[in-house]
Design a protein around this ligand. Sequence first.
Ligand SMILES: C[S@@+](CC[C@H](N)C(=O)[O-])C[C@H]1O[C@@H](n2cnc3c(N)ncnc32)[C@H](O)[C@@H]1O
Length: 260
Amino acid sequence: MGLNTPYNKVKIARKYATYYLNADTKHKVHSPLVYALVTDVLKKTNQSKNKEIESERKRLLSSKQTIDFKDFGKSGTLFKRNISEIAKSSLKSKKYAKLLSQLVKHYKCKNILELGTSLGITTSYFASNKDTQVITLEGDQSVHEIAKGIWNQLGYTNITSLVGEFDLNLDKIPDHKYDLIYIDGNHSYEPTIRYYKELLKKSHDQTIFVFDDIHYSKGMEKAWKEIQKHETTSISIDLFFLGIVFIDPTLSQQQFTLKY
Ligand SMILES: C[S@@+](CC[C@H](N)C(=O)[O-])C[C@H]1O[C@@H](n2cnc3c(N)ncnc32)[C@H](O)[C@@H]1O
């Protein structure tokens, strides 16, 4: 098994059980920032509006359409895939999409950068927050077209998308200091570390980084451990399917594992 081979379902289930049994609740958290994150974000995800977005997800899940899909994060080859299959396996679930949306709302994030659009469901959750501008990057043209259709349907005009290999587009993203950077594509060790270091140039002290699938493979776990110990990282929070990183230099480096 190579460094970046995904763990099988049984291994993930075992790891999740260990995480769940050992993760802390707010009662064990002494950091004010993390305590507020538990009470105002993790416990308040139901406040995010999502009916219309979720009905688009349902439509994708029952779609009979097949597309030619180039899997950038994996083999890089072109093959036929059902939209419904992509919607089932690639998108963040409602539970985590709501968490991301609440994170944006609570920390009043305005400029958001997402690596990995896929069918644009999580992008929609970001864009549903008032006053946000979302930049999203995707390699595959076919999923991107479907995502654009969804944003039109939902009436979001605050999304800018760039299509192509991430490495070719990182230089082209508008030169903001982003408030939230969500890395959800190319789940392997080397690119994950590289994107973090590269995107730190587009961050400010209050930027929040979110990494998807930090326990997906040995490689992703290695990347997550290195990110937690990186000199720029202050607080890092392991939620098993997501890792949240604060880089505020006024905070000392601390690592948390929280139940969600
Ligand atoms: C897990 S999906 C994103 C899901 C989406 N954020 C959501 O939850 O709604 C990851 C996407 O990243 C794209 N991707 C992976 N590696 C890439 C790369 N190196 N360049 C461009 N796109 C890439 C894939 O094509 C895939 O559509």
